[in-house]
Design a protein around this ligand. Structure first.
Ligand code: CO
Length: 456
C-alpha cells in the first residue's frame, strides 16, 4: 500500500506562511475538492487557528469546524492539541481538557494529534484518555529536537510508552525542520522495529531539507507524511502535496491521489495565496530557504521573533550573539525542544542574557515556573547552579503539574452564563479569556448567527 498523505494547508500551511489569518470562507473554498483527493486526513484546527479566529477574524472557531464537517464527508478532519495546555499556553485542569476533547470530537474532529513540548507523557495522559473515551482517533506526537539526550534510544523508549498509553499512531513532529534525511531514515527504521503503530512524519521546508527527508523516511517505511497543497507549500510550510504525489508515481509508495481534484483545489487556493501576497501578510522572505536554521536548530517562527525582539530594543546587530546563547540556555534548562511555549521562553531568556550583559540577571516568570517543575520534567537535568541562582531553595515539584489544579469548568460556566451561549463558548473563554469574551459579546450583540457561505 502506498504512503498516506495528511493535507496541512488549512492549518499549518497558513499558520507557517501568513500568521494563520485565513478566514473560514477561505478555509472552506476548496474543501469540497480536497475531500475527494484521497487524503488520510485534512488538518484543520489547532491552537493558532482557534486563537486567530477569536482575536483577529471575529469568527467562532467552533462554527468553522462545524461548517468544515458539513462539507468534508469522506475525509477525516484532524487537529493539533498541546496536551495539558489544550490550545493555550498554560496547564488547564483535567475537567477542561476532557471537555475540550469531547466537544472537539462532537463538533467534527476525527483525529487528535496530542503533543507535549517537553515530551513529558504525564502531560499527555488526560487528553489521551479523553480521546479514547469519546471515540476519537488518538495520535501522539514526539516533539523532535537534537541534543545529547535526544537519541534514537530516547525516541524509541518514548514510542514504547506511547504505545502502552493506547495511542493509535505516532507522529514525529519536527516543528523546526531540522531532521536530516539520514537521521529520519534511522529514526523511522528504529521506531518501526520497536512498535506496531503507524508512524507519521511532520516537518517543515524552512531549511530546504524536507523533501529529501520525506523521501528517506518513506524508504524507511514511514506510513504517513504531512504535505500542503502547492499554493500553501514550501518555505516555512510543508512540502507540496502534488509534487510528492508525482515523485512517488511508479513506486510501491504511490499515494494515488486524485490529480484532477488536486488541480481544482490548487487553482482555487492560488487566489487565496495571491490575496495574502498582495496584502503583505505573506512575506516572500518566508518562502525562501533558510539553511541557517540547521546550524542554529531554531524554528523559523522563533528566528523571526528573535529578530523582532532585538529590533524593538534597537539591538538588531546582536542577533549572532543571541543565536549563540540559545543553545547555552537550552543546555541550562535540560534541553527542552523548541516548540510552543518553550521556544518563546528560551528565546526571550537568550535575548535577556545577551542584552543585560549578565546571564540570568533578569528571568521571565515562565522560566521561573519551569525551574519549579511547573511545566513538567525537563528532558535532561537542569543546571542546578542556575536553578539556585534563580529560585534559591524553593521546592521543585516532581509530580504532574496539573495535579495541583482544581476543576475549572463548572465555575466558568456559572460565571459566564450571560455571555456564553453554549459549553463550546465556555471552553473558548476557558482558553482565551478576555479575547474570547470580547468576541462573544460582539457576536451576541449582532443577534444574527454567523452565516458561512459554502459553495454548492
Ligand atoms: Co508544523
Amino acid at each position: 500500500m502506498g504512503v498516506k498523505i495528511v493535507e496541512t494547508a488549512l492549518r499549518d500551511g497558513h499558520q507557517s506562511l501568513f500568521a494563520t489569518r485565513m478566514n473560514t470562507e477561505e478555509v472552506l473554498l476548496a474543501l469540497k475538492e480536497l475531500d475527494q483527493v484521497g487524503y488520510h486526513a485534512i488538518e484543520i484546527w489547532g491552537g493558532a487557528t482557534f486563537d486567530a479566529c477569536l482575536r483577529f477574524l471575529d469568527e467562532d472557531p467552533w462554527e468553522r469546524l462545524r461548517a468544515a464537517k458539513k462539507v468534508c464527508k469522506n475525509t477525516k478532519l484532524q487537529m493539533l492539541f498541546r496536551g495539558q495546555n489544550i490550545l493555550g499556553y498554560r496547564h488547564y485542569a483535567d475537567d477542561v481538557v476532557e471537555k475540550f476533547v469531547q466537544k472537539s470530537l462532537k463538533n467534527g474532529i476525527d483525529i487528535i494529534r496530542i503533543f507535549d513540548a517537553l515530551n513529558d507523557v504525564r502531560n499527555l495522559e488526560c487528553a489521551v484518555k479523553a480521546t479514547k473515551k469519546y471515540g476519537g482517533e488518538c495520535q501522539i506526537a514526539l516533539s523532535y529536537t537534537t541534543s545529547p539526550v535526544h537519541t534514537i534510544e530516547y525516541y524509541v523508549g518514548l514510542a514504547k510508552r506511547i504505545e502502552e498509553m493506547g495511542a493509535d499512531s505516532i507522529c514525529i513532529k519536527d516543528m523546526a525542520g531540522v531532521l536530516l534525511p539520514k537521521d529520519a531514515y534511522e529514526l523511522i527504521k528504529a521506531l518501526k522495529a520497536n512498535t506496531k503503530l503507524p508512524i507519521e512524519l511532520h516537518s517543515h521546508c524552512t531549511g530546504g531539507l524536507c523533501e529529501m527527508t520525506y523521501l528517506k523516511a518513506i524508504e524507511a517505511g514511514v506510513d504517513i507524511v504531512d504535505c500542503a497543497l502547492s499554493p500553501l507549500s514550501g518555505g516555512t510550510s510543508q512540502p507540496c502535496t502534488e509534487s510528492l504525489n508525482f515523485a512517488l508515481r511508479g513506486t510501491p509508495y504511490d499515494p494515488k491521489l486524485n490529480t484532477t481534484m488536486l488541480n481544482e483545489a490548487a487553482a482555487k487556493m492560488a487566489k487565496v495565496r495571491a490575496k495574502y501576497l498582495g496584502n503583505g501578510l505573506l512575506n516572500p522572505k518566508v518562502l525562501s530557504v533558510n539553511a541557517n536554521i540547521i546550524t542554529y536548530q531554531v524554528p523559523g517562527g522563533m528566528l523571526s521573533n528573535l529578530i523582532n525582539q532585538l529590533k524593538q530594543q534597537g539591538a538588531e546587530n546582536r542577533l549572532d550573539e543571541v543565536l549563540a546563547e540559545v543553545p547555552n540556555v537550552r543546555k541550562d534548562l535540560g534541553y527542552p525542544p523548541l516548540v510552543t511555549p518553550l521556544s518563546q521562553m528560551v528565546g526571550t531568556q537568550a535575548v535577556l542574557n545577551v542584552l543585560n550583559g549578565e546571564r540570568y540577571k533578569m528571568v521571565p516568570k515562565e522560566i521561573n515556573e519551569y525551574l519549579h517543575g511547573r511545566y513538567g520534567a525537563s528532558p535532561a537535568p537542569v543546571n542546578e547552579e542556575i536553578r539556585r541562582k534563580i529560585i534559591g531553595d524553593d521546592p521543585v515539584i516532581t509530580y504532574r503539574p496539573a495535579d495541583d489544579l482544581k476543576p475549572e469548568f463548572a465555575d466558568l460556566k456559572a460565571k459566564y452564563k450571560g455571555v456564553a451561549k453554549s459549553e463550546e463558548d465556555v471552553l473558548s473563554i476557558a482558553l482565551f479569556g478576555d479575547v474570547a469574551i470580547k468576541y462573544l459579546e460582539k457576536r451576541n450583540a449582532e443577534s444574527k448567527p454567523t452565516v458561512i457561505k459554502v459553495e454548492a
